[in-house]
Design a protein around this ligand. Structure first.
Ligand code: GLU
Length: 451
């Protein structure tokens, strides 16, 4: 008999202690599956639940490197290869001081369903290190990346496991990682995605997650007879996802009025100055506080002034909210504030940015709520397009990649929406995305036998 959700959660807590984010992600998915498991007994016969919550392989390694003062530093490196039923393991690397085995595991678990929803042949993995790139010199970043790859290279390959970026890992880090991979293996076959355009990267990859989140929101709104045009939007974060969500929001005629980083948040009632944001974050690699030096009319709120440690972005009244910073950045109180302020759409660019209580509040209110594993799948989908270009040794135009991305986001929305209807909960895209992603992976696991 299939163990109940409570029994499975109890087993997870006992067998993998101290992994709160992973329990949260697992509980959310398992909580959506009841009607599917009642209807389809084969998942129980093949013990799929127990198999899908257990990573196929977890690699934990030491990363020793020398800083600019000549001192040896040590960090923890991770790669969790979670599920390969649908294709080669695929997912990003996160470099951030908060990275732990539990964080990597939650991200890898989410990736299973996200990658399945894209409809592409992608397995799921996630990795990273508790390394803080902030304040490090280029040479320190390079030495860290080289040391990280000295272990990782033996586990990855173009048809085995294809890492990419995540928080703290973008073009610069991918370059150093790829350079070292090439030096160690002699192979130039696109084993990482998010590469530079002249050495195997894809046009549109940088923009893909941010653009994809906005395409997803546009699909959700269209079903309700609305569009983004003229909507006041709040965006958290100031990384790639946020910057390109802001860019696409402008293209859709919306007005994004906030962004935030780990030091504070900007509110600019005239609309965020995209060129300045790009200059501060992409060119200077600086802090958002600088924004108000050039725009005196904008308001900067440092984190010390946030009420009860909550991100002030969520107290700005808006019609659409785009949490694009990090996990659990949006609490149930934030959800209530947003709903009371008239918010009618929340679309997640970060992974698991809403706490379970916040997500429940959005669902109960019946607003358009796009959960991360559906709404932010544009990044990994464009990574697959990069893999396809590498395999054929061709490079597509920006328009080609962008139009495929748009279609993929529409297909993900339709799949989640139709699955929600099929299971009697129209509009519940959390349920729809979880069931649709799970069903695809579970069926492939059954086809491939007990391995
Ligand atoms: N880190 C991104 C995500 O969360 C992108 C992964 C990839 O491109 O492989 O999906």
């Amino acid at each position: 008999m299939t163990p109940s959700i409570a029994e499975t959660m109890e087993y997870l807590r006992r067998s993998s202690p101290a992994q709160a984010e992973f329990y949260q992600a697992a509980e959310e998915v398992l909580g959506s599956l009841k009607s599917l498991l009642d209807r389809e007994k084969r998942y129980e016969q093949h013990n799929i639940i127990h198999r899908i919550i257990e990573p196929e392989r977890q690699i934990f390694f030491r990363v020793a490197w020398v800083d600019d003062r000549g001192c040896v530093q040590v960090n923890k490196g991770y790669r969790v290869e979670f599920n390969s039923a649908l294709g080669p393991y695929k997912g990003g690397l996160r470099f951030h001081p908060n990275v732990t085995a539990g964080v990597v595991k939650f991200l890898g678990f989410e990736q299973i369903f996200k990658n399945a929803l894209t409809g592409l042949q992608l397995g799921a993995a996630k990795g990273g290190a508790n390394f803080d790139p902030k304040g490090k010199s280029d040479n320190e970043i390079m030495r860290f990346c080289q040391s990280f790859m000295n272990e990782l290279f033996r586990h990855i390959g173009a048809t085995i496991d294809v890492p990419a970026g995540d928080i703290g890992v973008s073009r610069r880090e991918i370059g150093y990682l790829y350079g070292q991979y090439k030096r160690l293996t002699g192979r130039h076959e696109g084993t990482l995605t998010g590469k530079g355009l002249s050495w195997g990267g894809s046009r549109g990859r940088t923009e893909a997650t941010g653009y994809g989140v906005v395409y997803f929101a546009e699909n959700m709104l269209a079903e309700r007879g609305e569009t983004l045009a003229g909507k006041i939007c709040t965006v958290s974060g100031a990384g790639k996802v946020s910057i390109y969500a802001v860019e696409k929001l402008y293209q859709m005629g919306a007005k994004p009025v906030t962004v935030s980083d780990s030091n504070g948040m900007i509110y600019d009632g005239r609309g965020i100055d995209l060129e300045l944001l790009k200059r501060i974050k992409e060119v200077e690699r600086g802090r958002l506080a600088r924004y108000v030096e050039e725009h005196r009319g904008a308001v900067y709120t440092p984190v010390e002034d946030y009420p009860l440690g909550r991100n002030s972005v969520w107290s700005v009244p808006c019609q659409c909210a785009f949490p694009c910073a990090t996990e659990n950045e949006l609490s149930d109180e934030d959800a209530r504030t947003l709903l009371n302020g008239g918010c009618l759409c929340v679309c997640e660019g970060a992974n698991m940015p809403s706490t379970q209580a916040a997500a429940d509040a959005f669902l109960a209110a019946g607003i358009a709520y796009g959960p991360a594993k559906a709404a932010n799948a544009g990044g990994v989908a464009a990574s697959q397009l990069e893999m396809a270009q590498n395999a054929s040794m061709l490079q597509w135009s920006f328009e080609e990649v962008d139009s495929r991305l748009k279609n993929i986001m529409q297909t993900i929305f339709r799949t989640a929406s139709e699955t929600a209807k099929e299971f009697g909960e129209p509009g519940n895209l959390v349920l729809g995305a979880n069931i649709a992603g799970f069903r695809k992976v579970a069926d492939a696991m059954i086809d491939q036998g007990v391995v």
